[in-house]
Design a protein around this ligand. Structure first.
Ligand SMILES: Nc1ncnc2c1ncn2[C@@H]1O[C@H](COP(=O)(O)OP(=O)(O)OP(=O)(O)O)[C@@H](O)[C@H]1O
Ligand SMILES: [Mg+2]
Length: 299
C-alpha cells in the first residue's frame, strides 16, 4: 500500500525553547483514516502543521526548529513545489480565524484556487460548486468575521476542499459545533473518504467521534505513546489514564453492562455500533423466546 504521509524521527522545538515533538515517526497509508489523540499541549497541532511544510524551520545552530523528515507520497515536503503540496495536502486549522482572512467568503475560497493557477472562469465555477456542496450558497458576499463559529468552520473546510487535496488534515474539526453540524461534518468526512478515497488525518479530543472518523489511532504526548485500532487503544485503561484521555460514552456504558454480566465480544464505540449490538441481542432473545415456547409446549 502506498504511504500518503511518512514522518521519520521528527523533533520540533519552538524558538522559545519549548520542545513540542520528540522523535515522532508515523505512517499514513493512502485512503486511510487516522486519528491523532493526546492531551492539551501534546503537540498535535505542531505535528499537523509539518504535513504541508507550514512549520519547517531549521534554526539548528540555536537548537530550535525542525529535525527529521516528512514525506508526502514518497517525496520530501521540503523539495515539493508549493503548488504540488497544496494539491496533495489540505489542512483545516484548529482556529478558523487563522484560515479566513479575505473580505468575503467568495474571496476566501477563491484565494487558494487562484494560487493553484486556475483561470478566472474555473475559479468562479469551483467556488460556486463548493458553496453548493457545503450548503453555503448565498454566503458569497458575506464577511467571514461576521459568521458564527460553526459557519466559519464549515467555510474553512469548504475552502480547503475546493482545492481537491488527496489528503485532508483536520485539526479539532468538531470542536464547538452544534449536534446537527457535528453530525453533518462527520458524515461529510466519511463520505469524502469512502467515495473519493481521500486520506483523512484528524487531531481530536472528541472521543465519541473517533470511531466514525478513524480506522487507526496514534496517541501523541510529545512522543508517540501508542498506535493501534480504535478498539485496541480504548481497551487500554492504563494508557488512557496516563494520557489523560476519556473513553467514548457508549463504550463506558457497555463496560458497566459488562460488569452486570452482559456478554459481548467487542464493546461498541459509537451509537451506531451499539444499535447493531442491541439488534443482535434482540435477535438472540427472539431465538431464546422461541426455544422457551417450544419447551413449554413439550412440558
Ligand atoms: N508558537 C508557539 N511558540 C511557542 N510554543 C508553542 C507555540 N505553539 C505551541 N507551542 C507549545 O508547543 C506545545 C505543543 O502545542 P500544540 O499546539 O501543538 O499542542 P496540541 O496537542 O495541539 O494542544 P491542544 O489539544 O490544546 O490543541 C505546547 O506546549 C505549546 O504551548
Ligand atoms: Mg491543537
Amino acid at each position: 500500500m502506498k504511504e500518503a504521509i511518512t514522518v521519520r524521527d521528527l523533533s520540533y522545538t519552538y524558538s522559545d525553547g519549548v520542545k513540542a515533538l520528540e522523535d515522532v515517526s508515523l505512517a499514513v497509508n493512502e485512503g486511510e483514516r487516522i486519528a491523532i489523540i493526546g492531551p492539551n499541549g501534546a503537540g498535535k497541532t505542531t505535528l499537523l502543521l509539518h504535513f504541508n511544510g507550514i512549520l519547517h524551520d531549521t534554526g539548528t545552530d540555536t537548537g530550535t526548529g525542525t529535525c527529521g523528515e516528512i514525506e508526502v507520497f514518497g517525496k520530501s515536503v521540503e523539495k515539493l513545489r508549493m503548488e504540488d503540496i497544496i494539491r496533495a495536502v489540505g489542512i483545516v486549522f484548529q482556529d478558523p480565524d487563522d484560515q479566513l482572512f479575505m473580505p468575503t467568503i467568495f474571496d476566501d475560497i477563491a484565494f487558494g484556487l487562484i494560487n493553484l493557477g486556475l483561470k478566472e472562469d474555473e475559479v468562479r465555477e469551483r467556488v460556486e460548486r463548493t458553496l453548493l456542496r457545503f450548503g453555503l450558497s448565498g454566503y458569497e458576499e458575506r464577511c467571514p468575521h461576521h459568521l458564527s463559529y460553526g459557519e466559519k468552520k464549515k467555510v474553512a473546510l469548504a475552502a480547503v476542499m475546493s482545492m481537491e487535496p488527496r489528503i485532508l488534515v483536520l485539526d479539532e474539526p468538531t470542536a464547538n459545533l452544534d449536534p446537527r453540524n457535528r453530525a453533518e461534518l462527520i458524515a461529510t468526512i466519511k463520505d469524502l473518504n469512502e467515495r473519493e478515497g481521500i486520506t483523512v488525518v484528524t487531531a481530536t479530543h472528541d472521543v465519541n467521534a473517533i470511531s466514525e472518523l478513524a480506522d487507526r489511532v496514534y496517541v501523541l504526548n510529545r512522543r508517540i505513546i501508542a498506535e493501534g485500532s480504535v478498539q485496541k487503544i480504548f481497551s487500554d485503561a492504563e494508557l488512557l489514564k496516563d494520557s489523560n484521555l476519556e473513553v467514548p460514552e457508549v463504550f463506558a456504558l457497555f463496560k458497566v453492562l459488562q460488569s452486570f454480566g452482559y456478554n459481548c465480544e467487542e464493546l461498541p464505540l459509537s451509537i451506531n455500533a451499539a444499535r447493531e449490538e442491541f439488534e443482535e441481542m434482540k435477535k438472540n432473545n427472539a431465538f431464546i423466546n422461541s426455544i422457551l415456547k417450544s419447551a413449554r409446549k413439550l412440558v
